[in-house]
Ligand binder design. Structure first.
Ligand code: HSE
Length: 440
């Protein structure tokens, strides 16, 4: 038998840390029953000690130096809720080195240092849990690493950034511009401190590294995730997509197994309005995972916020506490990588130029004879076939938006065609290409 009391060290009492302290206090009895041990918040580090005291951290356990937690030999597991890469990485690696199990919500850290952290943990025989790093309260990490473990994952389509989903929903439902909707999202507290990370797709790319590394037992380098944001979208694109073609526009994190390669990309996507992900609105997240035997599965919930995120952190604490209490934590290596000797694979990542999909193309054209014909010829010359096409009446000036939906084409051919189309004197520069996915 392991331990009767699990001593928890907490680093960071910000929004999520405050939620964790609250949850551990308010649900103490049930949590301890489930863990089979007492859960003691033994040491807490927070630079802003006033904030920590207000959050209910007892004075006698509080310190302003993280090393007082990490180097305390009586601590069993360290919960890192500082965020960002440094110094969080130093603290996590040091905690692992000193034999402590780790719970973290830190997506940026895992996306940048996946191999280093997980291999360090395996070598030291400790476990790292990170349910809160993707999808807030949605148990997607457990689902991929345990619940779907019998499957070969074929594809993941994730709405994993609440800020961009909120913005796109407001643009779609209320006709707001990108800038107006972003301001609203910031006011509601969904955006990261630096909203660029949200709107540029960077936050979703961090999360995709974690999801795809888990799904494919691999180590997916962040710099190989093709990433585009939503800044160039206009409310008209959402109207055209829906009314002309029956699609909605979402920012998706996509991972696909593709004939010995994997595709990992984050960009705006037209998905059919009948797809389950089309109904994921506002700040909600939705993750659609297809396994070879299970088929399609879908996970939905709040991807951010104090208590949803704390819910995931405390579930990790509980899971680890139970393993420590029964003296099995770290014994079997770290779950998703299976065999303790087995290092994460380096899978070849398909270059974006080689992917194949359908495309939505919005072109800013002069309204004059022969323009369609010239565009259609260039597309045809590149093997890109038009599936549907719409032109709106010109509103002002001589310019008119032309929207085209193509059949499947290779990205490189589509990009080459667009390049040539943009060189036509009748076509302006404010054009937009969005990939179309069936989401299967
Ligand atoms: N900024 C993130 C989002 C928070 O909008 O989803 C959760 O990671």
């Amino acid at each position: 038998m392991g331990k009767k009391v699990i001593r928890i060290g907490l680093l960071g009492v910000g929004t999520v840390g405050t939620g964790v302290v609250r949850l551990l206090t308010e649900h103490r009895e049930e949590l301890e029953r489930k863990a089979g041990a007492k859960l003691e918040l033994a040491r807490v580090a927070e630079k802003d000690t006033k904030r920590a005291l207000e959050a209910g951290v007892p004075k006698e356990v509080l310190t302003d130096d993280a090393y007082n937690v990490i180097r305390d030999g009586s601590i069993d597991l360290v919960v890192e809720l500082i965020g960002g890469i440094n110094p969080a990485k130093l603290f996590v690696l040091e905690a692992i080195k000193s034999g402590k199990h780790v719970v973290t919500a830190n997506k940026a850290l895992l996306a940048h240092a996946w191999d280093e952290i997980l291999m360090a943990a395996r070598q030291r025989g400790v476990e790292v849990y990170f349910e809160a790093s993707v999808g807030g309260g949605i148990p997607i990490i457990q689902s991929l690493s345990e619940g779907l473990a019998a499957n070969r994952i074929q594809s993941i389509f994730g709405i994993v950034n609440g800020t961009t989903n909120y913005i796109l929903t407001r643009m779609d439902k209320d006709g707001k511009t990108f800038a107006e909707a972003l301001k609203e999202a910031q006011k509601l507290g969904y955006a990261e401190a630096n909203p660029t990370l949200d709107v540029s797709g960077g936050d979703a790319a961090h999360k995709l590294v974690i999801l795809s590394s888990l799904a494919f037992e691999a180590s997916v380098p962040l710099d190989q995730v093709y990433t585009e944001g939503i800044e160039a979208l206009t409310p008209q694109d959402l109207v055209y997509a829906r009314e002309e073609f029956g699609y909605v526009i979402k920012l998706l994190a996509i991972a696909k197994a593709a004939e010995g390669q994997i595709e990992v990309r984050v960009h705006p996507v037209l998905i059919p309005e009948t797809h389950l992900l089309a109904d994921v609105e506002g700040a909600y997240n939705g993750i659609y995972v297809v396994g070879d035997w299970v088929g399609a599965t879908m996970y939905y919930g709040l991807g951010a916020g104090q208590m949803p995120t704390a819910s995931a952190v405390v579930s990790d604490i509980l899971y680890l506490a139970r393993s420590i209490a029964y003296d099995v934590a770290g014994r079997a290596g770290w779950g998703p990588f299976g065999d303790i000797e087995h290092a994460p694979a380096k899978l070849p990542i398909r270059p974006i130029a080689d992917i194949t999909c359908r495309y939505y193309l919005r072109l800013d054209c002069a309204d004059q004879p022969g323009v369609f014909a010239a565009i259609a010829k260039i597309l045809g010359d590149h093997g890109v076939s038009i599936a549907a096409l719409a032109q709106k009446e010109r509103s002002k000036g001589n310019k008119v938006p032309v929207v085209i939906l193509t059949y499947e084409a290779k990205e490189k051919d589509m990009q080459d065609a667009l390049h040539q189309i943009e060189a036509l004197p009748a076509v302006g520069k404010r054009n937009l290409l969005i990939r179309v996915e069936r989401g299967e």
